[in-house]
Structures are given as structure tokens and as C-alpha cells.
Design a protein around this ligand. Structure first.
Ligand SMILES: [Zn+2]
Length: 143
């Protein structure tokens, strides 16, 4: 009997991974190359981050990858003192939303930037990071 091969690359994403198998496994393949990718709908042009494999707007499944590059504007941020199970060792950390124009990226602020220096409207970039346990993640840091 042939063994079914499971594409479980998604389990390498994040401090604790919740979904090992998704249709957007290539996201992690790109992270391994140092690229943070979203998806765009070829039919209507809608852009998504995190990547979606189906368009929420027009329900088309003809999606293509694009790289989250350049800088985004800091829309909002907050420091977490309590975290979901598995993230306790990282506390305190700051989560934020960057506005890239056509899409928004949610993630963490790098510990290199002191909380006091964060300001709404400042430009930050997203950067791939390999965690000590080998998991992949991305953080927002100074351009
Ligand atoms: Zn669409």
C-alpha cells in the first residue's frame, strides 16, 4: 500500500503552530527562503495577508503569491502581559498591525525596538526570523 505523503510544512510557522496542514503550505516554504508572502486574486485583484487560497471577495480560487516587501505604516499596537498557552515564555511582547496600502499585516514588534519608541504612523518592515527551537516567524523591525 502506498503511503500518503502529507505536506505538513505549516507546522514550522510560529512559536506554537496550530495547523500543520493547510492549503497555504507554500507560505512556510517562502519563509525558509526569507520571504513573507501574501496572496492576490487574479480575478478581482484583492490581496490577502495572511494568505488565503480562495478569494473572499469574488470566491475565485485563482490566486497568486506576492511578496510583502518595503515598509508598512504602524496602524496600532499593544503590549501583551498575558498570552495564549505556549507563548508565556515570550512575555511581555508587542503585537501590531502594519498598513501596506492594499493589505494589512498582523504580527509582533521586534524586541529591538523599545515600546516607548513606538508611534502610530511610523514605518516598519517585516522580517523573517528563525526562533531558537527552529520554528519560523516574522517580526516588525526598523527599515
Ligand atoms: Zn477575487
Amino acid at each position: 500500500m502506498a503511503q500518503k505523503e502529507v505536506d505538513d510544512r505549516f507546522k514550522r510557522f510560529g512559536t506554537v503552530s496550530f495547523t500543520a496542514v493547510t492549503r497555504t503550505n507554500d507560505f512556510v516554504g517562502y519563509l525558509e527562503q526569507g520571504k513573507i508572502m501574501g496572496t492576490g486574486c487574479k480575478a478581482c485583484g484583492a490581496t490577502y495577508f495572511p494568505p488565503r487560497s480562495d478569494c473572499f471577495r469574488c470566491l475565485d480560487s485563482n490566486m497568486e503569491w506576492f511578496e510583502v516587501s518595503g515598509t508598512g505604516s504602524l496602524l496600532s499596537f499593544t503590549e501583551l502581559e498575558y498570552a495564549p498557552a505556549g507563548f508565556e515564555d515570550d512575555l511581555p511582547y508587542t503585537i501590531a498591525l502594519l498598513d501596506y496600502g492594499g493589505y494589512k499585516v498582523f504580527g509582533r514588534i521586534s524586541k529591538d525596538i523599545p515600546y516607548e519608541e513606538l508611534q502610530v504612523g511610523m514605518e516598519l518592515k517585516a522580517e523573517v526570523k528563525t526562533l531558537p527551537n527552529g520554528q519560523l516567524n516574522y517580526v516588525f523591525t526598523r527599515p
